[in-house]
Design a protein around this ligand. Structure first.
Ligand code: AMP
Length: 586
């Protein structure tokens, strides 16, 4: 009903959310029933003897927890053209590619209209809450969004990233219009064949419509940073285009040029104004509000692996609020940000109880797991039986299990979340990290979050040097005995040798996990190595992923690069300018 409305009635949306969350338990049971009813004939479910039953007890008794690996053969059959009810009652009509950051190659996932519906529902919900705090007038959004290439699977299904699948559908445009968040760039720019050309045109459109821009956004914060770093390099060229009304020859795609020619007209006055504003900026601090004077907030996923970019984002955003976007994945949506005023560091996501059936595996630090024979997957936590959405406890950490309308049943998403409180009876989750361990040599266990904290602590030592860590990743080097952690840093300038050496020691000391500290002291793990890579190395990594079919909109820098991700490891290794070994434990 809401989809057809031009103007979104915020209070109605909030009322709808309130009524859904008042009795989240009942809504969950009902949602599971609907999922199982719609997909009662799915081969996957029947292989476990569910035989059309739709109650929670039978579901949990029959259907086991699953991972992408378990579902891969089923998804592959669908991609290869099997139109029988494999995972879902109705045939799957498209395939989504997840960003595949960790494995180095995208995963195939089923995509259908239900995912579009829940995407719109979550967008509307968080927007309604956002608009209460930061009301928008009629205007436009400078959205750094990029459709990725679409291709056909062997069975003829269109395959693309989940974000592209969403951007392409008409509901997306209607919803954005009703949210006064219509992208200022034409579709040809969003779906342009070259990412660099699209970015150039997004910036150009933003400048042309600068007075109307009310929101600057992207899916992940990384894209906003990338866009403004690029702006620092090319603002003069953009101004020349505006002055002359002629698009730079760097944009070669004819469809993009045609679309831009409808927007770009000679405007020397605007060009002059932007030049003055750019020249008046000190180190590009506050670029966003200076160049786009009517922006109300900067919006995107700013949590989890995006947190390291917050400092730079604040630099560009000045005093503008940074508002966190919702929490979801290519597999399905999970929660909406209904407290938009919270800082990104403490943002939470209220689970929508009717978009899927959610279970939570309680995760406890396990003293038992100090035994070295445990595998990486089970090393970190002890596992208890999954609990339901309304059974989670405040302050506890859980791994999320998703049952969706798109053919995923008791699917382990691999994310760790912490329950921070409740909105009515649905939990508000904070994203903690990906579940998988990234750094482990023997009994040590460090996650992406541990790495992030360690980098955060060490990079503070660079502040006096006015140097920043542009990006970072890690690796475990087992090629010599004992194995050791390797951290790769790209810096935006040259820091003094002794400062970097101290950063290296600080990194080593900041991994406070008992297994690590103990192993370092006994030299069962060698000194941590900090490898400084050339400027632009992470740009090459991004390009590597784009060349292999990843979408910029969903790109997340891999925070760990294993031997299986040889392409990226080679880029890193080839670009090392200097390496330092910690002396923290000597
Ligand atoms: P993708 O594989 O590209 O679909 O990315 C999905 C993953 O991105 C999730 O499983 C999370 O790990 C991460 N993610 C998505 N939304 C958020 C968020 N709001 N905060 C932190 N991490 C997120």
């Amino acid at each position: 009903m809401l989809e057809k409305m031009e103007e979104l009635n915020h209070e109605d949306v909030i009322k709808e959310f309130n009524s859904l969350t008042k009795d989240a338990e009942r809504v969950q049971v009902e949602t599971l029933r609907r999922i199982l009813e719609e997909n009662g004939n799915a081969e996957y479910l029947n292989s476990f003897g569910l035989n059309g039953r739709t109650d929670l007890a039978s579901f949990k008794a029959c259907v086991p927890l699953s991972t992408h690996k378990d579902l891969e053969p089923y998804i592959q059959r669908i991609a290869d053209g099997d139109a029988s009810p494999v995972l879902t009652g109705k045939p799957i009509t498209a395939i989504s590619l997840s960003s595949g950051t960790t494995q180095g190659k995208p995963k195939f996932l089923p995509f259908n209209d239900e995912l579009v519906k829940s995407t719109m529902q979550i967008f509307r919900t968080s927007y309604a809450f956002r608009n209460r705090e930061f009301p928008l007038k009629n205007g436009k959004a400078l959205q750094f969004i990029y459709g990725s290439k679409q291709f056909k699977t062997a069975g003829g299904l269109p395959a693309s990233t989940a974000t592209t699948n969403v951007y392409r559908c008409s509901q997306f445009k209607n919803t954005m219009k009703s949210m006064q968040s219509q992208c200022c760039s034409p579709d040809e720019v969003i779906f342009g064949p070259s990412f660099d050309q699209s970015l150039y045109c997004h910036l150009l459109c933003g400048l042309i419509y600068r007075e109307e821009i009310q929101v600057v956004s992207s899916t992940f914060a990384h894209s906003i940073i990338h866009a403004f770093r690029t702006f620092e390099q090319i603002w003069e060229e953009l101004c020349t285009d505006i002055e002359e009304g002629v698009l730079s020859s760097r944009v070669t795609s004819q469809s993009v040029r045609n679309a831009m020619s409808r927007i770009l007209k000679p405007d020397p006055e605007l060009a002059d104004l932007i030049r003055k504003k750019c020249k008046g900026l000190n180190d590009w601090c506050g670029t966003i509000p200076v160049i786009f004077p009517n922006v109300k907030y900067v919006y995107g996923i700013l949590t989890g692996s995006m947190e390291p970019y917050l400092k730079k984002l604040r630099h560009y955003a000045g005093t503008l609020p940074l508002v966190c976007a919702d929490y979801g994945s290519s597999e399905g949506w999970i929660g909406a940000n209904v407290n938009p005023k919270l800082l990104p560091e403490s943002a939470t996501f209220a689970v929508l109880p009717d978009i899927g059936y959610f279970e939570f595996i309680p995760l406890r630090e396990n003293p038992e797991d100090q035994k070295p024979e445990k595998t990486a997957a089970t090393l970190l936590y002890s596992e208890l039986e999954p609990v339901g959405l309304t059974e989670v406890k405040v302050g506890e950490e859980y791994e999320i299990i998703l049952t969706s309308f798109a053919g995923l049943y008791r699917y382990r998403l691999g994310d760790v979340v912490k329950v921070m409180g409740f909105y009515n009876s649905t939990p508000k989750l904070q994203f903690v990290c990906r579940r998988s361990l990234i750094l482990t040599v023997n009994i040590d266990k460090n996650t992406e979050k541990d790495l992030q904290l360690s980098v955060e602590a060490a990079s503070k030592l660079l502040v006096n040097e006015s140097i920043e860590v542009v990006d970072f990743t890690s690796h475990v080097d087992m090629s010599s005995e004992p194995g050791h952690y390797v951290i790769f840093w790209e810096l935006n300038g040259e820091a003094k040798e002794d400062v970097i050496a101290e950063c290296c020691n600080c990194l080593d000391r900041s991994f406070i996990d008992a297994g690590y500290v103990g192993s370092r002291k006994s030299n069962a793990i060698g000194p941590l190595e900090l490898r400084i890579v050339m400027k632009g190395t992470f740009q090459k990594i991004l390009q590597h992923y784009l060349n292999h079919g990843a979408a910029f909109s969903q790109f997340k820098t891999p925070r760990f690069v294993g031997l299986s991700n040889g392409g990226v490891l080679n880029i890193l290794t080839d670009n090392v300018v200097k390496s330092y070994f910690s002396t923290a434990f000597s």
